[in-house]
Design a protein around this ligand. Structure first.
Ligand code: ASP
Ligand code: MG
Length: 417
């Protein structure tokens, strides 16, 4: 008998029919004798609808009230699921963040979980009741409602699993696992049976939007096994777990891409101490996450400085450097919003040389120019012209991902179809 946390995303609870399906699945687990905590997202589209309402009544909705508003989406789905479970004859109770006591800091809209009081949930489970917890929300020291950032129900699920010492956190979603590449671009992409936390962190931040990054960080820190799977079927999905020896033998486990990139180049800036701090300090203070940075080695004391930001932050970042062109000593600014980042990720890169060289050869073979390069121990990313995204992903997938995995796996539904 296990303690299982199951998180269901927006599409999985997107209609009353879907909610009834989820209730049936939970009931089946319960019949097997497991203790179940369910975490739910708002019904699909609901969070966006609520945010839109806020914008209709206020030009600049305050963060505190926005959180109070959007948290209501999860309250609805949690209560509806508890009702559906009761209708099947199960004991079920719904809980909001403050009722569990999911304590967070006060950063509205992107709050971080600080502690979880597990006692009430454990007491609830003790008599066979299913606990249904509203995802995405918490409460700060002053009892204000907070939310954890878009996609935050994943983090609620993993954090609850950590706090309760659950055997697994199952993330039920509308895809059936983590793939070696985007199946819309690479039709023969394979579902990964297992992937390590570190690879998943790279894949998550590289645009494979299956799991909220913070949820993976949480899972890694507290060693929570996470099972990403579909709520529309019964096949096993992808286990996100601690790495082991066989995983290290896989050179490249996935090819990721991210079109949400824009590039800014400061031309011919003086190469002197403090310049980078002067450029990136204010950008960071504005909450803009700079991704890649490249600075040329300069011979004549003059250098070019190029960096990328998410497209949504491009105008803001640009106006910040434009506003201080004189102070920075910049002689010009070049921009490109039609770029994409393509990356290969794999634990095996740590111990194998030549992976980068091969990647560049593959791209060169397709006539794709590389604009920027960055690497970590287990990842190599390049920035290319956006129009080559699909070509690059396909070529790299063909070159690096064997059509059959090195380790034996159960066949996935995708393959048997
Ligand atoms: N409902 C929230 C969102 O749409 C949280 C979540 O779905 O995880 O971002
Ligand atoms: Mg979601």
């Amino acid at each position: 008998m296990a303690l299982i946390v199951q998180k269901y995303g927006g599409t999985s609870v997107g209609s009353v029919e879907r909610i009834r399906e989820v209730a049936k699945r939970v009931a089946a687990y319960q019949r097997q004798g497991h203790r179940i905590v369910v975490v739910v997202s708002a019904m699909a589209g609901e969070t966006n609808r609520l945010l839109d309402l806020a914008r209709q009544v206020a030009r600049r909705p305050s963060e505190r009230e926005s959180d109070a508003l959007v948290a209501s989406g999860e309250q609805v789905s949690a209560a509806l699921l508890a009702l559906a479970l009761q209708d099947l004859g199960l004991k079920a109770a719904s809980f909001l963040g403050h009722q569990v006591r999911i304590a967070t800091d006060s950063a509205f809209g992107r709050a971080r979980i600080q502690s979880i009081d597990k006692h009430r949930l454990l007491a609830t489970l003790a008599d066979g009741t299913v606990a249904v917890v509203a995802g995405f929300q918490g409460v700060d020291r002053d009892n204000n409602i907070t939310t954890l950032g878009r996609g935050g129900s994943d983090t609620t699920g993993v954090a609850l699993a950590a706090a309760l010492g659950a055997d697994v956190c199952e993330i039920f979603t509308d895809v059936d696992g983590v793939y070696t590449g985007d199946p819309r671009i690479v039709p023969h992409a394979r579902k990964l049976g297992r992937v390590s936390y570190d690879e998943m962190l790279e894949l998550a931040s590289l645009g494979a939007k299956v799991l909220q990054i913070r949820a993976v960080e949480f899972a890694k820190r507290y060693r929570v096994p996470v099972h990403v799977r579909s709520s529309f079927g019964d096949e096993p999905g992808t286990m996100v777990i601690e790495e082991d020896k066989p995983m290290e033998n896989v050179l490249v486990s996935g090819v990721a891409h991210d079109r949400d990139q824009a590039k800014i180049t400061l031309l011919r800036v003086p190469d002197r101490p403090g310049l980078a701090a002067k450029v990136f300090g204010p950008i960071a203070a504005a909450g803009i996450v700079v991704d890649m940075i490249i600075q040329n080695a300069s011979a004549d004391g003059i250098t070019d400085l190029t960096f990328t930001v998410p497209r949504g932050d491009f105008q803001k970042a640009l106006s910040m450097v434009r506003g201080d062109e004189g102070g920075l000593g910049v002689q010009g600014i070049a921009t490109d919003t039609k770029v994409a980042k393509v990356s290969i990720v794999g634990l095996g890169m740590r111990s194998h040389a030549g992976v980068a060289a091969r990647m560049f050869e593959v791209l060169a073979g397709e006539g794709i120019n590389i604009q920027m390069i960055s690497t970590s121990e287990i990842k190599i990313s390049v920035v290319v012209d956006e129009k080559y995204t699909e070509l690059a992903v396909r070529a790299l997938h063909d070159a690096f991902i064997p059509s059959r995995p090195a380790e034996s796996r159960r066949p996935s539904a995708q393959e048997s179809r």
